[in-house]
Design a protein around this ligand. Structure first.
Ligand code: PLP
Length: 397
């Protein structure tokens, strides 16, 4: 069965060009980049090249790029480094819709005596900027706000926020794991001090990430060890993955420059516009104006997201739901809860996230299969029957 993969905010396929670039660095050129001999030295040269390519994608200089193991490590390192560098300050500001990499760290730090402010969002997932600015104080060590939300794709005005935060002398970090490669960015023209990205969200392998650290930002390493990454992250480099991320960054930059995301946006818009036209009680979660071009989160009211996913799976369609089924509780996600999405909608929310590898035929296939799936599940749903009954008695009244 052909797989229709529309779960690219979860992870992406490694691009064939990336894999090809990486392959020689496992068993042919396996030297340690720190070695004195040229066998290792050549590898160091390839890492330098990769660093330049990653830097070019986000508008940084190569010296500002630190390779890590993943987005989670980059996020944690940034926040902890800001706290360690400002030991007199005990306040952290973040949002209620962060990825667990930041949200759970914030909750952990609040149990360890830090004061943590979680800025709310409105029903469209837009950040309450007044609340954010009113809560900054002399005690704030770091503000960490995601650039784009992984569930809804909603984009926050990071450049504007970063500048205001910087003007108050507070360290600003952004989790840009979902934004990098999907929207153009130039960190050099912003007040961002630190930025996280992750390879596996942009067609590089899993297990490689980056922390951008602006020049002259006070920093304390989390991984203390050798002199790698300019002493900012010890540990022998993940050579092949770094080289893969370099290639993936080059491809992402070319794709952005060629406005390749316009095709993805059109496919996404076709998918969501057709679904909301064809399926009654289908709603888009999140601000449609400021969204990643590849993401849509659609609530199919009165059905269970997990049931939809299982039925889509039968057709080879891979998407995500808005419930944390892994917890066994089927709790709607913290993001949809923070937006105040009603229970009956949050439970039936499905996220589709596209990539440059998706085709129009794939979108048409989803559009053919999904509406009957929702109709079938609604026939079985007591909530749907109740809603239909309520609506018809309202019409009769
Ligand atoms: N931040 C965001 C917004 C994400 O979507 C993810 C992954 O889903 C992460 C952080 C964590 O990245 P990684 O899987 O590389 O640790």
């Amino acid at each position: 069965m052909k797989v229709i993969y529309v779960d690219n905010n979860a992870t992406t396929k490694v691009a064939p060009e990336v894999l090809e670039e990486m392959q020689p660095y496992f068993s042919e050129y396996y030297g340690n980049p720190s070695s004195m001999h040229s066998f290792g030295g050549n590898v160091a040269g390839k890492i330098r090249e990769a660093r330049q390519k990653v830097a070019a994608l986000i508008g940084a200089t190569p010296e500002e790029i630190v390779f890590t193991s993943c987005g989670t490590e980059s996020d944690g390192t940034a926040i902890r480094a800001a706290l360690e560098s400002n030991p007199d300050k005990r306040h952290i500001v973040t949002t209620r819709v962060e990825h667990p990499a930041v949200k759970n760290l914030g909750e952990t730090l609040s149990k360890r005596g830090y004061r943590v402010t979680f800025v709310p969002v409105d029903s469209e997932g837009r950040l309450d900027l007044d609340y954010l600015h009113q809560n900054l104080s002399d005690d704030t060590a770091v503000v960490s706000i995601m650039w784009a939300n992984n569930e809804t794709g909603v984009i926050f005005p990071i450049e504007e926020i970063a500048q205001k935060v910087k003007d108050q002398g507070i360290v600003f970090h952004t989790d840009a794991v979902q934004a990098v490669g999907k929207i153009p960015m130039d960190v050099s023209r912003t007040g961002i001090d630190m930025l996280s990205l992750s390879g596996h969200k942009l067609h590089a392998p899993k297990g490689i990430g980056v922390l951008y650290i602006r020049k002259r930002t006070k920093f304390a390493p989390f991984m203390i060890g050798g002199h790698q990454e300019g002493g900012r992250r010890g540990g022998t480099e993940n050579v092949a993955s770094i080289i893969g991320l370099g290639k993936a960054s080059q491809l992402a930059r070319e794709h952005l420059q060629a406005r390749g995301y316009e095709r993805i946006r059109k496919l996404r818009d076709k998918l969501e516009n057709t679904l909301i036209a064809k399926v009654p009680h289908a709603l888009i979660n999140g601000d449609r104006q400021n969204r990643l071009p590849n993401t849509t989160s659609i609530a199919f009211e009165y059905v269970e997201g997990e049931a939809i996913l299982l039925m889509l799976n039968e057709y080879g369609i891979c998407a995500s739901s808005g419930s944390a089924c892994t917890s066994g509780s089927l709790e709607p996600s913290h993001v949809l809860r923070a937006m105040g999405v009603p229970f009956t909608a949050a439970h039936g929310s499905i996220r589709f996230s596209l990539s440059r590898y998706n085709t129009e035929e794939e979108i048409d296939f989803i559009l053919e299969k999904l509406p009957p799936v929702i109709a079938r599940l609604r026939e079985l749903s007591p909530f749907w029957k109740e809603a239909v009954r309520a609506q018809s008695s309202k019409l009769r009244a």
